[in-house]
Design a protein. Structure first.
Length: 254
């Protein structure tokens, strides 16, 4: 069974395609890395898959349901950590988690119990009473992940979850996600520019370039004999490496 399946999924802005004819196949239980350079259409794709943006054409099925016709039902079964964090700054971390759980229909006692477990698992137990506005950026990323997990989603969307956080926090989040996927409790759809971390995490990869899918398959199939970074650069073209240097710095002494 596929957790995500799209056919000809496309989205244009002012007549310019941001995503063009996308045919994604994400198996249930996969840790799927969705990669591409800035402006490739990754976030636009994720917004369509989570029901936040209507496609210009094409279709998308998420957990077996059409995301346009059954958007409300799909949203109860997924978790999302967007690139731009949306947290209530005047709540404590524990309150944020509890309220998020109750918004998904959990009773107060269940939400409180899961919030405590998540704070412990995310190494935020000692910070649970602190206001979110006083959290570091890395702590906020962890809290956002907790909010996305508290209702027990079947599919988790992560948009740049490792951006701006330290290696220790990345390691903790990585271990948690790998354990959830290994227990077949979750399918993860991840976008990230940190290719070394992605390569250690994912089971499947899709590479997007200028709105089009240029590669898709298991990690081993996509990267072949090289590293994921080498494959990625070969697929999307290392255009910046060919860009001319600054005129006033050419020939400058080392």
């Amino acid at each position: 069974m596929l957790a995500i399946e799209t056919r000809g999924l496309s989205r244009s802005f002012d007549g310019k395609p941001a995503v063009d004819g996308l045919d994604l196949r994400v198996p249930t239980g996969a840790f799927y890395g969705f990669l591409g350079p800035n402006g490739a259409g990754k976030s636009t794709t994720m917004r369509m898959l989570t029901g936040l943006l209507r496609p210009s054409r094409g279709e998308a099925r998420v957990l077996g349901s059409d995301i346009e016709r059954d958007a409300s039902a799909v949203k109860t079964r997924i978790g999302v950590v967007p690139d731009g964090l949306a947290l209530f700054e005047r709540l404590s971390g524990a309150e944020m988690l509890r309220i998020h759980g109750q918004l998904y229909g959990l009773d107060r006692e269940t939400a409180a119990g899961r919030a405590a477990e998540l704070l412990d698992a995310l190494e935020l137990a000692s910070e649970g009473g602190k206001l979110v506005q006083d959290f570091s950026h890395g702590m906020k990323k962890k809290l956002a992940l907790g909010c996305a997990l508290i209702h027990g989603p079947e599919l988790l969307f992560l948009d740049e979850p490792f951006e701006g956080i330290d290696a220790v926090a990345v390691s903790g989040i990585r271990r948690m996600l790998q354990e959830l996927v290994a227990r077949r409790a979750l399918t993860v759809f991840l976008t990230s520019h940190v290719l070394e971390v992605v390569e250690r995490l994912v089971t499947h990869v899709g590479i997007l370039h200028r709105g089009r899918l240029v590669a898709q398959g298991t990690l081993a199939e996509v990267r072949a004999s090289g590293s994921l970074e080498e494959t990625f650069i070969r697929m999307v073209g290392d255009e910046r490496a060919r860009a001319p240097g600054l005129s006033w710095l050419r020939g400058a002494s080392p």
